[in-house]
Write a protein that binds this ligand. Structure first.
Ligand code: B12
Ligand code: SF4
Ligand code: SF4
Length: 354
């Protein structure tokens, strides 16, 4: 029987073979640092109307409550990066993660052979796989297992790979040797904070209720008027804080066929988005994460971008803020921001599958 270090190495090698970008291991234990932070975040109402974030507080902080007897959390990253592909520059924007088929299903399918391998190698172990599908603090596990650090925009960033990847985990009652946690490499940079159009980011924290991703996907009611003129043409999700992050210079295109966008979706003109019928919506977004917001949600978002949901004109303040943003140093082109090398990097060494 291999020892915990050899077992861990076998799992990582298999994960690599199956196409995962990274795989790391952490000891399954109570998330003591995260507990007070999560509590504070919820008390401040930063989850907005995402009621599910306030549920299962204890389960969320302890993987042994999800898998009794759990000893290890295997954390994995799955690349979804693709350079922007929408052809019409003025068309409402879709977040990159939503170009293809829903990641919950795709990544889960990729995890199944890894679970089968674990059973085959180590016998009848208890385990469960999660892809944003249960109360699991996925970013905390990714950081603990060395996959990457939680950046100031709160997404997990990996040296040599950026942050355009999904996270998933296998919680297992098998003892595997833990990896060292990842170190923070944000340094003095604050590009994501300065670029966020709704001021949702404070260092290492996001006010979910102000994030465009929340407003366009999770929020079921009307988008509050205070966000008029601030959504920067995003109709579903938002990539700005990741696009301006210098670490995403290292992103490389994914190889997942299921994440390839439909050509007709990428070619949609602005007026076709605006005039989209429910029939076309169903056709374009079958099996896509965009289904989460439903036809009515997407239409609401598009109307909001046009200023049509309130029927109000942009206020003078909104216009002034938009102009100020355009002129500010921190809102140059994404290429300018990414090519800036002033970021303080501790190391350029990469540890894929370390
Ligand atoms: C709720 C949620 C959201 C909410 C709230 C976002 C948020 N930051 O919490 C909304 C809808 C806004 C959202 C948006 C997005 N999301 Co989201 N979301 C989640 C979800 C379900 C839970 C996250 C969570 O636990 N939040 C609770 C708060 C308390 O956690 P937190 O912000 O990370 O806070 C921690 C830090 O602030 C830290 N902290 C606090 N103070 C300090 C101080 C210091 C010094 C340090 C070091 C740390 C620290 O402690 C807190 C607890 O660990 C996860 C899936 C999962 N089950 O984990 C996906 C997830 C985080 N989302 C994901 C993605 C892709 C996105 C978007 C990029 C999608 C898009 N393009 O529109 C955006 C990014 C917005 C952003 N900048 O965060 C991915 C991120 C992958 C990655 N590489 O990190 C995840 C992991 C889903 C997945 N399985 O891949 N999301
Ligand atoms: S996803 Fe957009 S709105 Fe949300 S925190 Fe990042 S930049 Fe701000
Ligand atoms: S933009 Fe800068 S501060 Fe923000 S996550 Fe990236 S490196 Fe960290």
């Amino acid at each position: 029987m291999p020892n915990p270090a050899e077992q861990g190495a076998l799992v990582k090698a298999k994960a690599h073979e199956l196409g995962f970008l990274a795989c790391g291991i952490a000891k399954a234990e109570f998330l003591s640092d995260e507990a007070p932070r999560l509590e504070h975040w919820l008390k401040q109402g930063k989850h907005g109307e995402m009621g599910y974030m306030a549920n299962h507080f204890d389960l969320r902080l302890d993987p042994r409550k999800l898998v009794p007897g759990a000893k290890s959390v295997i954390s994995l990253a799955y690349n979804y990066f693709t350079p922007p592909k929408q052809k019409e520059p003025s068309a409402p924007k879709l977040s990159t993660y939503a170009y293809g088929r829903d990641y919950h299903k795709v990544v889960k399918q990729r995890l199944n052979p890894l679970m089968a391998f674990i059973k085959e190698q180590f016998g009848d172990v208890e385990m469960r796989a999660f892809v944003d599908s249960a109360p699991v603090m996925e970013k905390a596990w990714a950081q603990r297992s060395g996959i990457g650090w939680v950046g100031k925009h709160t997404n997990v960033i990996r040296q040599g790979a950026g942050s355009f990847f999904f996270l998933c985990e296998i919680i297992v009652d098998l003892e595997l040797e833990p990896d060292a946690p990842a170190m923070d490499h944000c340094g003095t940079c604050r590009r994501c904070i300065d670029a966020c159009p709704t001021d949702a980011i404070t260092p290492y924290g996001v006010d979910g209720s102000k994030c465009i991703s929340y407003l366009t996907i999770e929020l079921k009611n009307a988008i509050p008027q205070e966000f008029t003129g601030k959504l920067e043409n995003w109709a579903f999700g938002c990539d700005i804080c990741q696009q301006v992050c210098p670490w995403n210079r290292f992103s490389t295109p994914h190889k997942e066929q299921e994440f390839q966008p439909k050509q007709e979706l990428m070619a949609l003109m602005k007026d076709e988005w605006q005039g989209m019928t429910e029939v076309l919506f169903d056709q374009l977004f079958e099996g896509s994460p965009v289904k989460r917001t439903k036809y009515s949600g997407l239409k609401r978002n598009i109307r909001f971008l046009e200023g049509g949901d309130q029927g109000d004109e942009l206020t003078e303040n909104d216009t002034r803020a938009a102009i100020a943003r355009k002129n500010s140093n921190n809102t140059g082109t994404i290429a300018d921001l990414q090519s800036d090398t002033t970021i303080e990097c501790v190391s350029e060494e990469f540890h894929l599958f370390s």
